[in-house]
Design a protein. Sequence first.
Length: 117
Amino acid sequence: MSVHFINLNGVHYSNDEMQILDFMADENQSFRTFIRHQVGGFYVKGDFHLVVYIHNEFEEARFHQFTVVDYKNNREALYRLIYALEAEVQEMKYPVLYRMAKDKVVHVIHSMVKPIR
């Protein structure tokens, strides 16, 4: 587990592969294939879930799930998650994958902004 994912206030982190796969199956959010890196973002009961899959059999943790509870009222946690993902990009550890994950979180924040009229 990356040091950037430890103690993210307001963000629940898990790398328990079976728990993540079961949760995704229960919510009909399973990845269609596991032959490449993937990122999935989805909402369940007011919470935002981000799942990152690293396609590398030699990685200790290939699945990473980040959950922001009550994401609409927890924007600070979304920003902390963005900073942690950007730190991974800067370390060049799967930069394309973590940039995709960061972009999903940025999209969540942008979707929460009310348009100016």
